[in-house]
Structure formats: structure tokens, C-alpha cells
Design a protein around this ligand. Structure first.
Ligand code: NAP
Length: 290
């Protein structure tokens, strides 16, 4: 088993981002800025937001944080988003999801200007991703793509794991992870199977794949019976269990196999925040016509 070290890849990329931010400051006297919005007191969301703000500070990106009580109305959240859309110091807007009332999610996401949508969840950006023909096009046009899937592609690229011509299966079809990741793998010329809870013969499909992505949210769901030797396994899952944090892959069961695998923690997770910084920088460049 060869570990794909998300922590190391992520910290190298954060250094590169920091250098770019410094160069922008020197050349233009401007600093990219990210606004974060947290609604309520969900402890996991508080931890995520704290890490995002700290990562911005470390990279030299300005951060503007807004906290709402969980009883806030949808109109008040949208009114803040409208203000941030107009604020020239803000390049990216991150609304921490899920909102306590998840019926607000869609309208609030849609209120974010597509130019500042650093989570890549606005229909405009999701549409651009779906319409793009290649990874080069996605990079060249600075398309804002959902952070976790984007991080997965960088993990594969930076680990020199080929995608083109490979068969990839993505288990999970959420708008946040599974769907955009399938589109990114397709843009990188792999043949993609999108699997979900109604998929039949999942093990059979997985065992024939060269890349298996687990984005399910079920602890240790994927075992060695799903995987052939030589496969790359990307574990997106973050599950809090009585025994601590674990992924969607049963790491112990695949330990003796000749595979590449992302651990949990320390695999995909650190890349998600790094991609948020990357997307903030992209949004700054798009807005400044760089
Ligand atoms: P989600 O919206 O709950 O989606 C889960 C997906 O898994 C659904 O598409 C569901 O299929 C599918 N699924 C559920 N049971 C299945 C089964 N038995 N067989 C096959 N597919 C099954 O979750 P998400 O937001 O995509 O997140 C997935 C996991 O990634 C979670 O553990 C989450 O915490 C983690 N995550 C990690 C990061 C990170 O930074 N590392 C970021 C985001 C999410 P249906 O569509 O048919 O219901």
C-alpha cells in the first residue's frame, strides 16, 4: 500500500499560493479577499470555518468573517451575500454548508455572484464545468470548481498517477463531490462510472476500475473485495465514529495490497482547504482580468 500524502502536497501548494499572493501585493498593491459566512453553532462547521480563516491568514489572503444566529431568515443571509457581491475587497464568498435550515441552501447559493463562487456550486459554474471539454480548458479559463473534487485531481496529478485512458468509478453522486469529480475525471479523459445507492453489482464494477473514489459517507464501506491490485483508491469520506475519524474505505482490509491510497485523515481533507485558497486566487484573477 502506497500512501498519497495529501498533507505534503497540500502544504507545497499553499506555499506556491502564498508566493503568488505576495507577488500580486507587490505588483498591484491589492490583496485577494475571502468572505466566510457561518450560520448557527454546528461544531464541525465551526472547526471547518476556523481552519479556512487560518489558512487564508497563513497565505496572506484577507478574510472577512460573518456569523449569524441559527434563527436568521433566508432574506437576511441573502442580503449579506448581496452586500458581499458588491464589496470590491471580497473576491470569494464561502457559505458554510449545510445551513441549519437546509431549505435555504439553494437560494443562498444562487444569490452568490458566480464570479465570487469559490465553492463552485452556483449553477453557472457547475454548467461551465459540465460544458468544458478538457482539463486544460478548465485551468486556462479559471473555472471555479468545487474544492474537494478539484483537490482530488491535483492529488492524482502531483502523485504522477495517470488518469487518461483509465477506468474510474466514483461512488456517490452529490453536487458537492461525486458529480463534479466525475466531470473532472471525464475532462481528464478517463472512462467514468458514476455509482450511487441504487447501483447494482457495485463490487463487480469497482474491481474492474483503475481508480476507485469513495464519496459515500459510510465508514469503512469499501473493503478489499472491491479493489484489484494496482488500483488507486481515493477516500473522500470523513466519518466520526466512536473509534475516531475514519474514511469510507476500510484501510486495514487493504493494507497488504499493492495500491495507491489516500488516508483519512491526511489525504483529501487538507486539499479541500487548499483548493479554497486556489479558487480565491482564481476569482481575484478573473475579477482583475489577470
Ligand atoms: P452525500 O451528499 O450524502 O452523498 C452520498 C452519496 O453516496 C449519494 O450519492 C448516495 O447515493 C451514495 N451512497 C449512499 N449509500 C450508498 C451505497 N450503499 N452504495 C453506493 N452509493 C451510496 O455526501 P457528500 O457530501 O458527497 O459527502 C460524501 C462523504 O465525503 C462524506 O463522508 C463527507 O463527510 C465527505 N466529504 C469530505 C470532504 C473532504 O474535504 N474530505 C468534503 C466533502 C465531503 P444516492 O444519491 O443514491 O442517495
Amino acid at each position: 500500500m502506497k500512501i498519497i500524502d495529501g498533507k505534503k502536497i497540500s502544504s507545497d501548494m499553499r506555499l506556491e499560493i502564498k508566493t503568488q499572493v505576495e507577488k500580486i501585493k507587490q505588483a498591484r498593491g491589492k490583496t485577494p479577499g475571502l468572505a466566510t459566512i457561518l450560520v448557527g453553532q454546528n461544531s464541525a462547521s465551526q472547526v471547518y470555518i476556523k481552519s479556512k480563516i487560518k489558512a487564508c491568514q497563513d497565505a496572506g489572503i484577507k478574510s472577512f468573517h460573518h456569523n449569524f444566529d441559527e434563527k436568521v431568515s433566508k432574506e437576511d443571509i441573502i442580503s449579506l451575500i448581496n452586500e458581499l457581491n458588491k464589496n470590491s475587497e471580497v473576491d470569494g464568498i464561502l457559505l458554510q454548508l449545510p445551513l441549519p435550515n437546509n431549505e435555504f441552501d439553494k437560494d443562498c447559493i444562487n444569490a452568490i455572484s458566480p464570479l465570487k463562487d469559490v465553492d463552485g456550486l452556483h449553477p453557472f459554474n457547475a454548467g461551465l464545468l459540465n460544458l468544458s471539454k478538457s482539463w486544460n480548458e478548465i485551468i486556462k479559463k479559471n473555472i471555479l470548481v468545487s474544492c474537494t473534487p478539484l483537490g482530488v485531481i491535483y492529488l492524482l496529478n502531483k502523485s504522477n498517477i495517470p488518469i487518461e485512458g483509465k477506468t474510474a468509478i466514483v461512488i456517490g453522486r452529490s453536487n458537492l463531490v461525486g458529480k463534479p469529480l466525475s466531470m473532472l475525471l471525464l475532462a481528464n479523459n478517463s472512462t467514468v462510472i458514476m455509482a450511487h445507492s441504487k447501483t447494482k453489482n457495485l463490487k463487480k464494477l469497482c474491481i474492474n476500475a483503475d481508480i476507485v473514489v469513495a464519496a459515500i459517507g459510510k465508514p469503512k464501506f469499501v473493503t478489499k473485495d472491491f479493489i484489484k491490485e494496482g488500483t488507486t483508491v481515493i477516500d473522500v469520506g470523513i466519518n466520526r465514529t466512536f473509534d475516531g475519524l475514519c474514511g469510507d474505505v476500510d484501510l486495514e482490509s487493504v493494507r497488504d495490497m499493492d495500491i495507491n491510497i489516500t488516508p483519512v485523515p491526511g489525504g483529501v481533507g487538507p486539499m479541500t482547504i487548499t483548493m479554497l485558497l486556489e479558487n480565491t486566487l482564481k476569482a481575484f484573477k478573473n475579477r482583475s482580468n489577470i
